[in-house]
Write a protein that binds this ligand. Structure first.
Ligand code: NI
Length: 284
């Protein structure tokens, strides 16, 4: 049994097909999925899904590419959402300099602010860092070390950077790229992470692992990622998966929750969305 420590089930690519996606995950042995928010709407949907499906937990937060609104009310609303008992992390948050990032100061402000909020709520954080390793590390150091501080999601840094994150209390998570043919460096770094700090994820619907590269990704494929990690440590998936699952349970505090994958009673999210649309039409 595995836990997909990072997926966007609320993404429009996955949501219309969610029942089938979750059924395939369950059939593949995925017992839990952390559904990460990236803006206010996606955070609300993550909480909604976590309330509906026993195998889903939520994270809320503003991704560095979704900083349209940095008003106090946005952060207050996220903090309210985070009170929900199925919210187990704050994220994804961080820095993304891939497209030149003319808004670096804004990104840093949102990142710092959310690190403080997460700490006040005693939630681990999910860190997004693309081509911003130095600034990410500087801000994480500023926030200081904390046990179970969070996870460096889809890690792309060096082994030395990983060691700095580990020292601050972060776990290190790998996604599809660890399976890519040209990703020897990512595998070399993954092999240096202590097993008790390693996580696996899909980042669905993005980053589909080999042999599905380029396709829409979904949580069932976390098996490909975990299998590749197992091989790096000279183990097989059945012997290695329990380590990865225990790590996710420890970081996100999932021990308090039942591990079954039964769907919660009530409507499906799609039924609710359809009702919402009908209601909107009536109002118009
Ligand atoms: Ni993501």
């Amino acid at each position: 049994m595995l836990i997909d420590s990072h997926a966007h089930l609320q993404d429009p690519e996955l949501l219309p097909d969610l029942e089938a996606v979750l059924a395939r995950a369950q059939a593949a042995g995925v017992e839990g999925i952390i559904c990460a928010g990236y803006d206010l709407t996606s955070s609300k949907l993550a909480v909604e899904l976590a309330g509906r499906y026993a195998s889903v937990w939520a994270a809320v937060g503003l991704h560095p590419e979704n900083l349209a609104s940095l008003e106090a009310e946005t952060f207050a609303e996220l903090a309210r959402l985070a009170q929900h008992p199925r919210v187990v992390a704050w994220g994804e948050i961080g820095l993304d300099y891939v497209n030149g990032a003319p808004d670096r100061d804004r990104q840093k402000e949102a990142f710092r602010r959310q690190l403080v909020q997460a700490r006040a709520l005693n939630l681990p954080v999910i860190i997004h860092d693309r081509e911003a390793h130095a600034d990410t590390l500087a801000i994480l150091k500023e926030a200081g070390p904390r046990p179970r501080a969070g996870v460096m999601h889809c890690f792309s840094g060096s082994a030395a950077f990983a060691q700095e994150c580990l020292a601050l209390g972060y776990y290190i998570s790998f996604a599809g790229p660890v399976t890519f043919k040209n990703a020897r460096r990512v595998r070399e770094v993954a092999a240096t992470i202590p097993v008790e700090r390693l996580l696996c994820e899909t980042d669905s619907p993005y980053l589909s692992p080999e042999p599905y590269r380029g396709q829409r990704n979904e949580p069932a494929r976390v098996l490909e990622v975990a299998g590749r990690l197992a091989a790096l440590f000279g183990e097989t998936l059945p012997t290695f998966a329990p380590h990865l699952t225990a790590n996710a349970r420890r970081l996100f505090g999932l021990e308090a929750f039942p591990g079954d994958s039964l769907r919660r009673p009530g409507h499906t999210i799609l039924e609710d969305l359809r009702e919402g649309e009908e209601h909107a039409r009536e109002v118009r």
